[in-house]
Design a protein around this ligand. Structure first.
Ligand code: AMP
Ligand code: ZN
Length: 483
């Protein structure tokens, strides 16, 4: 595939260090609050990228960190630790906050069909490794101790600004803006590897280290976690575009200083989801979550569809109107798939191969997901039988993950139940919030009850409850709502 590489500012043919294998790293969430749908835009696009690489036949090892310590309110090593802020806000311990929001994050990912990476490593689980790498950086003269903290010495690098073509002075001013200067730093871009002198006496998580009791800086965790689980040669590193500087810039500095050779070949940055008032951000406090979309009656996969309709390297403006349009188009697409007849013959392998070839070329052109969605409509219009269409749609959905066939089956079941009910043959009427997947479960529960499989019916009720759905039996049917 061809992919834009932010480190070279060019679209390049994707290559890997070991043929056939991709070592992929993703910056994970800072778990002090719910992920907002902007964060999740990044994770959706990274998920499609991973699945496309697998679709192309690569064996992918995807690693993700969970930031549960060290990420300060400002990326320039100042401000309060975000985890501590979250703990204070909710009057809980930092570890409770981390556990709760990590769980919530993967719950949201599941609703959006985002696959869990092969390795997920919380930062607090690898502190000894961070200390070891920082010690090596000091030994090799890339880091120094000042005022109790350990800093990375950026003056030792021949090139620091990898992602930006800006003038260095302009950037440095940007770093300093609104941020008090740390007098311990030898150079304006130096950054903290290990804090001992925290301004925050109540810093909750601290570990012993050769430089005193303290905690790691934010950037070191990603370098160490990647080097441990991806090895020395990273093929692909992902994150939102706000991570490029200083976070990824500092990751490169540390990793290459430690390894003594180039580290990551390919950088993939997803641009922001914006609202009319700017970037959606957790620290602003006002943001949209997957649960909120559900409360408003949206299927989370309609949001995934909305994201796939635009290119990852362009900012995406969120508005309810835009989401409504995407949700409508998604529903229509499912309806068209539900109307296909699969039992009408054999899959035409040569026609399927042609459709797949186009999909590979289109999506393989810098992860053009909107063309990937267009390919779905091409399949629906193609002069081939229903069996072929369904097989190809299922195949493309390995990458797009829109649950196309499952949703279509659920819609067919629902329509069949409604038709049965309308014909008055003891049918079952469902009143809900218009989610065919939930309707299908409700119907299955009714069927289980009819067959006197009460344990099965209870299991389905519990499953619905776990998804936040409450169901009430009424004469001739059931009513459900999200609570
Ligand atoms: P955080 O939990 O703040 O560490 O962010 C998790 C991921 O979401 C990182 O890769 C960020 O770069 C990304 N991100 C943050 N805000 C947005 C946004 N508005 N749109 C897209 N991605 C974002
Ligand atoms: Zn990171």
């Amino acid at each position: 595939m061809y992919l834009y590489n932010s480190a070279t500012h060019k679209k390049e043919e994707f290559r890997t260090h070991t043929p056939g294998r991709v070592e992929m790293y993703t910056c994970g969430p800072t778990v002090y609050h719910f992920a907002h749908i902007g964060n999740l835009r990044s994770y959706i696009m990274e998920d499609v990228l991973e699945k496309f690489l697998r679709y192309e036949g690569y064996d992918v090892n995807r690693v993700m960190n969970i930031t549960d310590v060290g990420h300060l309110a400002s990326d320039a090593d100042t401000g309060e630790d975000k985890m501590l802020k979250g703990a204070k806000r909710e009057n809980k311990s930092v570890m409770d906050i981390a556990k709760f929001y990590t769980c919530a994050f993967f719950g949201d990912c599941a609703k959006l069909n985002i696959k869990t990476p092969d390795v997920v490593q919380p930062a607090t689980g690898l502190i000894d490794e961070f200390i070891r790498v920082v010690s090596v950086l000091i030994d090799r003269g890339y880091a120094y101790v000042a005022g109790g903290n350990v800093y990375f010495d950026t003056s030792r690098l021949s090139r620091y600004y990898v992602f930006n073509d800006h003038d260095e002075e302009d950037l440095a001013v940007g770093v300093r803006e609104g941020v008090e200067e740390d007098a311990n730093k030898h150079n304006k871009n130096d950054f903290v590897l290990w804090f001992t002198k925290s301004k925050f006496e109540d810093q909750a998580l601290k570990w012993d280290s050769p430089w005193g009791v303290g905690y790691p800086g934010w950037h070191i965790e990603c370098s160490c976690i990647s080097m441990k689980f991806n090895g020395e040669w990273l093929d692909l590193h992902c994150g939102g575009v706000d991570n490029a500087f200083p976070h990824h810039t500092n990751e490169i500095a540390q990793s290459e200083a430690y390894l003594g050779h180039p580290w990551c070949a390919q950088w993939f940055h997803v641009h922001h989801l914006n609202t009319s008032s700017g970037k959606m951000s957790k620290s602003k406090g006002e943001f949209l979550t997957v649960s909120l979309l559900e409360e408003k009656g949206y299927d989370p996969l309609a949001y995934r569809f909305f994201c796939l309709q635009s290119h990852y390297r362009k900012g995406l403006v969120f508005s309810w109107e835009n989401l409504d349009n995407a949700a409508g188009a998604y529903q229509k697409l499912i309806k068209r798939i539900a109307a296909l007849k699969g039992g009408d013959g054999q899959v035409d392998e040569s026609a399927a191969a042609k459709l797949k070839e186009k999909f590979l070329t289109q999506v393989g052109n810098d992860l053009n997901t909107s063309m990937g969605v267009t390919c779905l409509y091409d399949v629906l219009k193609a002069p081939v039988n229903g069996a072929t269409k369904l097989a190809v749609l299922e195949d493309f959905d390995r990458v797009l993950s829109l649950s196309l066939l499952e949703k279509a089956a659920a819609l067919r079941e629902q329509e069949a139940a409604q038709a049965k009910s309308a014909s008055g043959d003891g049918g079952f009427t469902i009143q809900g919030e218009g989610d065919p997947a939930i309707d299908a479960l409700v119907l299955r529960r009714a069927e289980a009850k009819k067959a006197k499989d009460f344990a099965g019916a209870d299991r389905i009720r519990d499953e619905l409850k776990a998804q936040g759905v409450e169901i009430t039996d009424v004469p001739g049917g059931a009513v459900w709502k999200r609570v």
